[in-house]
Design a protein around this ligand. Sequence first.
Ligand code: CA
Length: 573
Amino acid sequence: MKDIKKTTALLLALVLALGLAGCGKKEEPVVMSSPGGLYKLDKSGEAVIDNVDLDALSLYEANKDSLSPAEDNARVFYEIFVGSFSDSNGDGIGDLKGIINRLDYLNDGDPKSGKSLGIEGIWLTPIFTSRSYHKYDVNDYYEIDPQFGTMEDLKELIEGCHKRGIKLILDLVINHTGRANPWYQSFVTAHRNNDKSDLYYDFYSYYTQGDPVPAGRTFTQVSGTDIYVECNFDGSMPELNYEDADVRRAVLDVAKYYLDMGIDGFRFDAAKYLYFGETQKNVDFWKWYLAELKKIKPSVYTVAEVWDGDSTTDKYFEALNCFNFSMSQTNGMIADVAKAGDANRLTNYVEQYIVNVQKLRDDATIVPFISNHDMDRCAGYLTPATWNAQFAANLYILGPGSPFIYYGEEIGLRGSRGGEQTDANRRLAMLWGDGDTVADPEGSTYSAENQLKDGVDVQKAADDSLLNYYKRLIMIRSANPEIARGTYKSLRLKDTKVGGFISTWKDSSVIVLHNPSNGSKTVELPELAGGGFTVLKDFIGEGGASIEGSTLTLDGHTSCVLRKPGAIFAGGN
Ligand code: CA
């Protein structure tokens, strides 16, 4: 609360300054709006964000129909680990109806209400029938796992998302399947019968006893045969054979089926493993696959998991966007800069990254995130109390492309693998605090005592909560649509840890500045992008921002958005 008071005092000072300025000379406009961290409570005791100037958002909304697919896909996404999110039927397992019940929390359909998180895309971890709790071993691509619901539930979820302007993407796991998959069962039967004419005989990657063992891979013997099937991830996950045209056709049919149903796109699991160790073959496959998907849905949203260094990952951008792993996790660039690092490192990197990937494909973009279901939660190394969590969110949400929030990150949910090395600890139950019966997944060992105490219910009503911080942050991004979609140029500031970028879209520019330091810093406005950016549109962080004359003062762990006076985003007009 200390920080809120500090911000309030700062705001009052600025309002007074503005009032006084209004009485005097007008040639040096000091324009101030939008305090950081002030909310009003509505009748139900829920905080409402009502201090973001939404003029540009209105123009953006009015011209949405004229956006290119890439411009429209520059959205904030939210990854839901389905079994851990919200339980509708009391069995402790999160399900599709549970997600439907929580849609208003994620996005109430009114970009200006200030009451919901405001995400515009959802990634569901796998929902098809599977023997595991995480469901990355698919048994039938055409059946919803009964633990999660039915195909009717999925259709209802699609409808609910679309009503709210949310794109819904599915996790498509097509490198491998589960052992109970009928494709795999047919493959095994064909080999037991030595029936080489069977469609499924070559459906999986294998070698025959006596033949040379392919190097660097892991194989498991198929009982009752003399073959060994490729299982690099786990013995329960046999890998499909992408040399076989029938396999390529079968996985295309799966995607087509869901696009036809209304699904907006996919997150592709293990995208670099389809042809083990053969990058160009993988890239060529994804180019073909994406071209086919775009025939069905030109606006299809896709992102690939290529967990590798940028030099490898970048190659896949010839076909599709990939998650940016360099910026994620405890040693990633977001965490490093958030903890009093140098913001210029980040902005210089992002500029170069976009140049690199757009050499391969014009509409390629960056997909940043801090953590996902395969990583320790960031609340362990980025705590809200130090303002590192809030500032890390500034760094990747007030930026280009489509950032992905891992469910619970917006409330500071905790969970790490721990000494037991169990990934279930990274996928703990969402903390609603309102009686939701969703429980931690099987195999989890994380102590409830170490978990966060204040869930969504408490954070909704607390004006200084991480949840309301995220709401306001996403709203600022939406209110300045150039940030996500424009041409990105790092400002390359000198002799300071403050870094920023100018983003220009449809002849309109905004500047975003980040101060990762622990204390205030000043920036001379005439030195930014040729000068003229004298309107402080918004700021958000531990402290505040103000302009006096031509000097901007930006407090530590705080970011701000600047515009030119009178320059209003022109939308698609
Ligand atoms: Ca359930």
